[in-house]
Design a protein around this ligand. Sequence first.
Ligand SMILES: Nc1ncnc2c1ncn2[C@@H]1O[C@H](COP(=O)(O)OP(=O)(O)OP(=O)(O)O)[C@@H](O)[C@H]1O
Length: 395
Amino acid sequence: MASSSSSPSPATAAARKRALTEQRFSELAPALSPEVVEALDRGGFRRCTPVQAATIPLLLTHKDVAVDAATGSGKTLAFVVPVVEMLRRLPSPPKPHQVLAIIISPTRELSSQIYNVAQPFFATLKGVSSILLVGGLDIQLELKKVEEEGANILVGTPGKLFDIMERLDTLEYKHLEILILDEADRLLDMGFQKQVTSIISKLPKLRRTGLFSATQTEAVEELAKAGLRNPVRVQVKTEAKDAARQDLGPSKTPLGLRLEYMICEPAKKSSQLVDFLVQNTGKKIMVYFATCACVDYWSVVLPMLNLLKGSPVIAYHGKMKQGPREKALASFSALSSGILVCTDVAARGLDIPHVDLIVQYDPPQDPNVFVHRAGRTARYDQEGDAIVFLLPTVR
Ligand SMILES: Nc1ncnc2c1ncn2[C@@H]1O[C@H](COP(=O)(O)OP(=O)(O)OP(=O)(O)O)[C@@H](O)[C@H]1O
């Protein structure tokens, strides 16, 4: 959520100025409805980030958009606001089984996060229902609920959405106004191309589509060609100031992010991690490992170390059951300092408040993931540090 704007420190005020444009939501053209502006205001959102200032007017003037903007730059509201605003403009309330908007994102956590961020805005829509469709919930119960009650806005993961769309023929898509594909490159990396393509094939061609990603790949280009009509490309670049960021090229990382690397001898890497964590006690840290087994190992070892007593250590990986996984995320989000040991399941999109430091103990296989991991810190107007541990051979 946006931090209070009552009396920010000079540093925060400067960072906020960098993160936001002069454009007020209340003065966007085409104009947003007063109810949406009020909901934004209640959330502390008064001025647009660059990606919001560029994208909202485009979607509201019936353009498809392919958006490439840094992590933490406010992409979620850049599509939630136009989705809601487009549905507000419909002349009459929809029938219960008419699907008007679909928002697809790659993971349960991201879909839940989007659904939660969207709630105050969905609440301004009278007679419009929404549902979160993600794995891990009882499919029979969901099918029954959707069959009986219908749903006008579907938010979910491609597998679950595809499943529901295949099994239920009571939902009607011909009035669909807008499709959003969030973290598009991840949707494809995770092997969801078939489901996404099948979902798209059920939708009317005359719709708006927004494709959002912090990394553009050839596969994303292909998806944009297949799913978007004459899209306007929105690229929000940040200027690289330090050498490490210049190596990554423009637009990849947020302005408030400082990147470093540490060369480690294989035999000393573990002890260097411990030393590093001890030196940074009191910070809120995420440490990325290559495998779930490594996360399990370190989540047992770190709490045993006297030097780290007082630093809560929380594990988070894809082989954990959904309940413990959600609990882990909620616990870490609530901490002001502590360590989350995790795999790349926590690399994308998660908006965890006030993470100070990202440690990439195992470098990612895919260079794009580097940017997403680092992007869990320095979000919106915040600053943060990210360090990657490199063996001399991979430098
Ligand atoms: N206009 C705004 N004013 C103030 N805060 C904002 C604004 N827009 C977004 N934020 C805040 O910025 C943070 C990052 O936003 P969001 O999660 O949408 O980023 P993102 O671009 O989707 O990041 P990622 O690529 O990592 O998924 C959130 O905490 C959000 O509340």
